[in-house]
Design a protein around this ligand. Sequence first.
Ligand SMILES: Cc1cc2nc3c(=O)[nH]c(=O)nc-3n(C[C@H](O)[C@H](O)[C@H](O)COP(=O)(O)O)c2cc1C
Length: 331
Amino acid sequence: MLIEAWNVDEKEYPTRGAFEDKAKFLLRYAILAPSGHNSQPWKFEISKNKIIVRPDYNRGRSVVDSEHRELFISLGAVSKIIAIAADRFGMSYRRKVIKDRVEFIFGEEKTVKKNLELFKAITKRRTYRERYKKKKIPLRLVAKIKKITSKGQSMVAVNDPDLIKVMADLIERADCVWYKSRSLIRELEEWMRDDLELTKDGLPTGMINMYKIAAETKYLFSKDSRVAKEKAERDRVIAKNTPLFLIIVSNDNDIHSWIEAGEMYGEIILTAQKLGLASGVLGSITELTGMKNKMTKLFSIEGHVQLVLSVGYARVKVPATPRRPLEEMLA
Ligand SMILES: Cc1cc2nc3c(=O)[nH]c(=O)nc-3n(C[C@H](O)[C@H](O)[C@H](O)COP(=O)(O)O)c2cc1C
């Protein structure tokens, strides 16, 4: 299983190397970005002084993400990591979003390095799916997270106990619909990986605890739909005990907005990690239009809900998920 991707060591940065070597080194961090179903739907091109990040539509998920919204959120998360890693090594850059790609144009190297702590969080971060500790997040930490911005985006923070309950109910309802959809489950199954030796993407079912749920969904239709109810109920209990939810909202609903939302997501989860917090994604609400509309009304949101995140103190350690080798992603 390609877990080695996470063993990248900052001391190996090729300070005296050619631009291509430096760019490849940054990309070794970029590929650790999160993506829907761990699909890793991106391609990288290195040319002269540029890194170009393109979508890999072949790795899109046509059922859950037919308009490629989540694909571009994933692309945004990758771009944010490239930016943070470039800051860490003093590589100056301009970033441009052109149509469906993100271009980084690199310039002079600087001696001032930035974002050192955020950078360290890249290899430590994991998506968290378990119950959080019953421990409140100090308001000064919530305030730090709330400061994160991205062009055309805003963030709704939910930490009021009554609203947390509303969120938990919504998650249960969304999960019930999601896990009863034959087509969504079929697609999820396509991204489940049993063969741990050969896995380099998707969701490994063999990993104890974390992917137990994923493994269970495999039997949703072969047995009966009780598993869907149990899964939804389990997620409601987890949600009820979650100290903080964050809703990322965009002014517009196009490729640029999705990329910006993904960049914001990338910065939020790394900031959370830096502050000693774990984070997860509640995809079922945003993946079902009806549920997304309900949430928009319930929370009086103005704009387009892109992502719902949970944040809290982890109770259990989460294993790393595999990544494809960088070579497979170079255009
Ligand atoms: C757009 C997007 C949607 C996601 N939706 C979910 C989700 O609904 N449920 C979940 O548990 N994880 C979700 N994830 C997290 C991915 O499953 C996770 O990033 C991937 O499996 C890689 O694992 P890692 O984040 O621990 O490295 C989502 C990630 C992204 C970028």
